[in-house]
Write a protein that binds this ligand. Structure first.
Ligand code: MN
Length: 243
């Protein structure tokens, strides 16, 4: 199983979550929300064969943490994975839209200069502008739209631009999320939880809850869960060869 977008460092006991993931043989991409969290978060996955950490600056923190972009550039050579990055067009974030654009553009430009990165991207209420930036900064790497919730027409645009997608239990619990996932090319889909932010039945999502996403994807695509797991593992293997 694969959790390609979780916030390991934000669990109350990250080490026990990492231990359980290792025991279950999960593949993990631990994203971070600020460059200053990188060292601690990457230490959690260091030496774990199936776990990697991503260097990020979350769009909701763009105004507060844009001063950390220098730190972002300092750490970037240490990793092939970047996230969580992106744009958020929600009402509480719209007021610092210019900071968000400044940060996202800087990150994409740095990734491009570094030869490209695997990027896990937030695009809540901002799918159109996220795709515009990705197009402008072609060569920044492989974009993976995490928990995509935009329009069907922007989803088609994302597919044409070469985007990948990660889908989780919370997204697939809604009719709309399932309709979007049904349109995604399965050879560019990975599973995720977005735990502990995302919730399942009123508790924090944990990385092994990706099983719920695999099962939901299987029923959407008319496959069994083992087939979906085989496809997502093959996707993960191929993704690693792209950057
Ligand atoms: Mn997240």
């Amino acid at each position: 199983m694969i959790d390609f977008h979780c916030h390991l460092d934000l669990y109350s006991d990250p080490k026990s979550v990492v231990g359980e993931c290792a025991e279950r043989g999960l593949y993990i991409l631990a994203v971070t929300t600020t460059p200053s969290a990188w060292e601690k978060s990457s230490a959690l996955t260091a030496g774990r064969r199936r776990m990697r950490s991503a260097l990020g600056l979350h769009p909701q923190l763009a105004r507060e943490r844009r001063s950390e972009l220098e730190l972002f550039d300092t750490f970037l050579p240490q990793t092939r994975y970047v996230g969580e990055i992106g744009l958020d067009g929600g009402p509480e974030c719209k007021s610092h839209w210019s900071d968000q654009l400044y940060v996202f553009d800087h990150v994409l430009s740095s990734c491009r200069s570094a030869g490209g990165r695997i990027m896990t991207i937030h695009s809540r209420r901002a799918a159109g502008p996220v795709l515009d930036r990705l197009k402008l900064f072609q060569g920044s790497g492989v974009p993976i739209l995490h928990w995509y919730s935009g329009s069907l027409s922007n989803l088609r645009r994302a597919i044409d631009l070469g985007c990948w997608f990660s889908v989780g239990p919370a997204m697939l619990a809604s009719e709309r999320g399932r309709a979007l996932a049904a349109e995604m090319p399965l050879d560019r889909v990975l599973t995720e939880t977005d735990g502990p932010f995302a919730r399942i039945d009123d508790r924090e999502a944990r990385p092994w809850d990706v099983e719920i996403a695999s099962t939901a994807l299987a029923s959407l695509k008319g496959l069994d869960r083992q087939e979906v797991d085989a496809i997502t593992h093959e996707n993960l293997r191929r993704l690693a060869t792209l950057v």
